[in-house]
Design a protein around this ligand. Structure first.
Ligand code: G3H
Ligand code: 13P
Ligand code: ZN
Length: 306
């Protein structure tokens, strides 16, 4: 029998749901109310979008799907937005789209025009006053259009796009500075640096990383907007759960998806040297990434809440 022409949600699931992309505030406000966190998953192509949406549907969890500037350079803004929107329309759970690590104001404007409900302006590499100035300008642009803005204060170790931050260059978010940052910029969500770490290196090198939960507690006591944990791949479930208890409401995951994608591909291709069908080659990677997302949703406490 010819399969139906819609996004396959997973084995045996081919549903037309006619849901829509929702505003990120709906998803984050529900997490704030329920004291859990929602996963923000980085996507670069159809297969990662499928993995996230299938997991979200199966786990009955909301999800934030985010694209970096690098993802947009690779796949195209129109293309990624259309893929995410189409996938979101096929699931029964809320999906929101967010620009992750925005640096370029022009691209931020394009994302807002395109229909992103949230954008990040990452001024974390700049001095405090310059970060405030830049972030404030983005809020001034996005707020009248109903779009949420995420700012970042403090600097994570690791690699994010072309920016590499070494051990000596990273610094934690200072609670009092965070208060001034939020007051002066009026951001909707704040990404914090509390020992979290960007990139796959920490996973492949099996680094033993710990979050500075005392610092998070101090920040949480003073900051009333939802807090975002970047660089969360590779941290233990216990560490992440403790951070959620202390007020983290969005957890960013990219590296674990990359590692599971690449590992599944390497294994499949080495075991199937005569396979040339991209659908068969990419299938195992989608399944592996879906498992990663499902596991995260359980840890974050968002499973069963949508
Ligand atoms: O922090 C975000 C990502 O892990 C970096 O991803 O290479 O798409 O910029 P990117
Ligand atoms: P990881 O590198 O830990 O996956 O973090 C992703 C991230 O912070 C995206 O913004
Ligand atoms: Zn990040």
């Amino acid at each position: 029998m010819r399969p139906p022409l819609c996004l396959p949600l997973g084995k045996g699931e081919m549903r037309e749901k006619n849901n829509m992309l929702v505003h990120i505030k709906k998803i984050i406000q529900a997490a704030v109310k329920g004291k859990y966190a929602v996963g923000a998953f980085n996507v670069n192509n159809l297969e990662i979008i499928q993995a996230v949406c299938r997991a979200a549907e199966k786990m009955k969890s909301a999800a934030i799907i985010q694209t970096t500037e690098g993802a947009i350079r690779y796949a195209g803004l129109d293309e990624l937005f259309a893929l995410i929107k189409a996938a979101a329309e096929k699931v029964s759970v809320p999906i929101a789209i967010h620009l992750d690590h925005g640096h370029d104001f022009d691209l931020i404007k394009k994302c807002v025009e395109m229909g992103y409900s949230s954008v990040m302006i990452d001024g974390s590499a700049r001095p405090f006053a310059a970060n405030v100035r830049l972030t404030k300008n983005v809020v001034k642009f996005a707020r009248p259009k109903g779009v949420w803005v995420q700012g970042e204060l403090g600097r994570l170790e690791g690699a994010e796009d072309w920016i590499k931050t070494g051990k000596g260059e990273a610094f934690l978010t200072e609670p009092e500075e965070a208060v001034r940052f939020v007051r002066q910029t009026a951001v909707d969500t704040l990404a914090v640096a509390i020992g979290n770490y960007h990139g796959v290196e920490k996973i492949v090198e099996k680094k033993r990383l710990r979050l500075n939960l005392r610092q998070l507690e101090k920040i949480s006591r003073l900051i009333k907007i939802p807090l975002v944990l970047h660089g969360a791949s590779g941290f233990s479930a216990n560490q992440i759960k403790a951070a959620i208890k202390l007020g983290i409401r969005v957890v960013n995951i990219d590296s674990e998806l990359r590692v599971s994608f690449a590992t599944a591909e390497r294994k499949f291709l080495s075991e199937n040297k005569k396979e040339y069908d991209p659908r068969k080659i990419l299938g195992p990677a989608i399944a592996e990434m879906q498992e990663v997302v499902e596991r995260k949703m359980k840890i974050f406490g968002s499973a069963g809440k949508a």
